[in-house]
Design a protein around this ligand. Structure first.
Ligand code: GZL
Length: 328
């Protein structure tokens, strides 16, 4: 009897050690819910962490306000979480709070929009889009498509930027302008933020249609703004996708639907499906595998109304051919 009791106690101790060994609390300071991309990103990370045995997920929606994210990060420190996942609504203003995270010795994983203090802080892994490449691909696709339809003179381009000062807006704008240097027949006639939201994209396009004499191409730095602009273009009695060529970014399902419907011409992919990367990174880190500070970029494509258009590093795929297999 005594031996049996000893065995049961030992087994209980081992089980509790195993359980505590895999029990982790992962906290995520997310920007907000401003776009379909953001929703898909949150869903991917949430499902991956909540689906992992023994892991607890703590989530904070910053509602696109830096002060909310700073408060959330400080709350995570107070809670003593085991890992912090972070993407910042803008690039600057994070030095102090991320230093506090480092001082609390909580492992930090950077996702999506990388803070400008990244070189000055410690983080264990980083994953996100190559925003300058996405911006270059937007312009390259538009130029190649226009060349294919013989429209290469006096082309007026409007650039609808994302949230001002965000890593995605800064990077995509850098890419847009760098690529435009290769196409002197494309002239920028409008460049303003639509803050990555559909409503603000629609309002900006309404304003542009009243104030800008001619727009041939809309470069929208995310699909949600492109979809809002399409609503405004239709309301003005113009034909989106024909009177105004529309190139978005993200490759969300609604963009594929708009391309198939003929209202939009192309979308440059920026995958939000970070869940698998986050889980593997944490499992690796728990097993003692070290990552360096390189920002890991996923392989991404371009989807459009014609297929076969070559841009930097890839060739476009006809949206209609793959819409049914898209995960977001
Ligand atoms: C890109 C991400 C951007 C998306 C927008 O990685 O930061 O923020 O392009 C989202 O849709 O709002």
């Amino acid at each position: 009897m005594k031996k049996l009791l000893t065995l049961v106690l030992a087994l209980g101790l081992v089980l509790s050690m195993v359980a505590s060994a895999s029990a982790l609390t992962i906290a995520f300071s997310q920007i907000g819910q401003e776009s379909d991309w953001r929703t898909a990103n949150t869903d991917s990370v949430t499902a991956a962490i909540e689906g992992h045995e023994g892991w607890e997920f703590v989530y904070s929606d910053g509602q696109q306000k830096q002060e909310n994210q700073i408060q959330a990060l400080r709350n995570f420190i107070t809670q003593g979480v085991d890992y912090i996942l972070f993407t910042g609504v803008v690039t600057s203003g994070w030095d102090e709070v991320l230093t506090e995270v480092n001082e609390a010795e909580i492992p930090l994983i950077l996702l999506d929009r990388i803070p400008d203090c990244a070189d000055k802080i410690e983080y264990k892994a980083a994953f996100g889009g190559d925003f300058p490449l996405e911006g270059r691909r937007q312009i390259q696709w538009a130029a190649k498509y226009l060349e294919s339809i013989g429209k290469t003179e006096d082309v007026k381009v409007a650039i609808m930027e994302g949230t001002t000062g965000s890593d995605a807006q800064v990077g995509r704008t850098e890419g847009n302008l760098a690529a435009l240097a290769d196409y002197p027949w494309m002239e920028v006639v409008g460049q303003q933020t639509g803050n990555f939201t559909r409503a603000e994209g629609q309002a900006l396009m309404e304003s542009w249609l009243k104030s800008i004499e001619k727009i041939d191409v809309l470069i929208a730095q995310n699909d949600d703004m492109a979809l809002g602009a399409i609503d405004a273009i239709k309301a003005a009695g113009l034909v989106p996708g024909k009177d105004i060529i529309i190139v978005g970014c993200d490759s969300v399902k609604a963009a594929f639907e708009a391309i198939v419907a003929g209202d939009m011409n192309a979308t440059i992919e920026c995958t939000p499906l970070y869940g698998p990367f986050v889980v593997k990174a944490i499992e690796d880190l728990e097993a003692g595998v070290e990552y360096d500070k390189t920002v890991v970029h996923p392989e991404e494509g371009v989807y459009d109304c014609v297929g076969g258009i070559e841009v930097e590093g890839t060739t476009s795929v006809l949206a209609a051919d793959v819409i049914d297999e898209r995960q977001y």
